[in-house]
Design a binder for this molecule. Sequence first.
Ligand code: NAD
Ligand code: GLY
Length: 375
Amino acid sequence: MIDVPVALNDRSYSISIGRGLLAQAGERLAAFTRRKRVAIITDESVAARHLPALVAGLQGFEPTPIVLPAGEGTKSFAQLEQLLDRLLALDLTRSDVVLALGGGVIGDLTGFAAAILKRGTNFIQIPTTLLAMVDSSVGGKTGINTKAGKNLVGAFHQPLAVWADLDCLTTLPAREMRAGYAEIVKYGLISDPAFYEWCEANAPRLLAGDAQALAHAVAQSCRAKAAIVAADERETDDVRALLNLGHTFGHALEAETGFSTKLLHGEAVGIGMAQAFRFSALRGLCPQADAERLTAHLQSLGMMAWPAEAGISADAAARLVAHMAHDKKKTADGLPFILAREIGDAFVAKGVPLEAVTAFLQADLSGSSERRSAA
Ligand code: NAD
Ligand code: GLY
């Protein structure tokens, strides 16, 4: 068992990473509440696989599961309203705890519902996807999607704890594992070249479900995210923004594919990180060899590294830049890009001319096709 602290004064908490955590849920929860009632929010896919183990582990408690549809569509006003109604019907008090059992969708929705239920109710994140274990369950960003875009309504609301039970990953599809891996390798690319090298050497066994490799990668990722969140909880100091490496390019790809299962968030981030490195190299900021090394690493794992591999057409450059213009990270100074000086040294770049981005994309979109047909 590995415990990673998130140091946030009176909102500090611990991320527990290990196997068999669901079976320990009762004794772990008893440290936070004396109330017997506990709501578990989950989705249909996760409920079928892991809800019985959690319910069995909650000895001494009276759990009420609330099972929602699986998928990004659940992060909606309609589902939020229904969830709040069901939680209110349970007559929970602020001393009760709500458990979020699932991926980033369930974690983001439950966290937001907890943030506004009775002006702030406690919740615990029990992430079941790799992406949720290394990113979305940590740091307190919660929210839903609206017609205007993804994650545009939400709140910062830190959980009481995060319990990452690696056993849950045994049922996660390979495609979702690779999507989560993109967020792991991101931490190496941002500030930890040694961890990036570890990823290069160990990613195949990690993706094959090796428990030791997973434990190390999840713990290292959570340590990196915890340090960033402790330094800049609300993304006001250009520190937490580094976590958006690959996200500005990736968000545009997600928008272009309609935020659908055609391209998962983590898949878009993988391509986006490779693009951020290629763009950095083109601007003379980063060695070309580093961009090629990252691209080759992702491809060696069967991951996409070029937009064309996600079916983005060669004439999409202007549309992608238009999608970027709607990015929520845009400020009065324009859209910040997370670029790199080398592997392990990312930085926030402001004032990047969008014409330069368009020109880069025009080449990157056709470059990918050439490489694919050459392969
Ligand atoms: P998800 O929650 O939709 O889970 C992906 C799929 O895997 C779903 O169909 C789910 O039912 C299924 N699933 C979950 N656990 C499983 C398991 N153990 N076995 C089998 N199937 C399982 O998606 P995700 O990738 O976990 O999260 C994506 C969401 O996270 C997006 O909405 C994104 O905006 C959000 N996000 C939030 C943050 C944050 O800081 N709050 C960070 C990154 C991403
Ligand atoms: N996933 C980005 C953040 O938590 O800030």
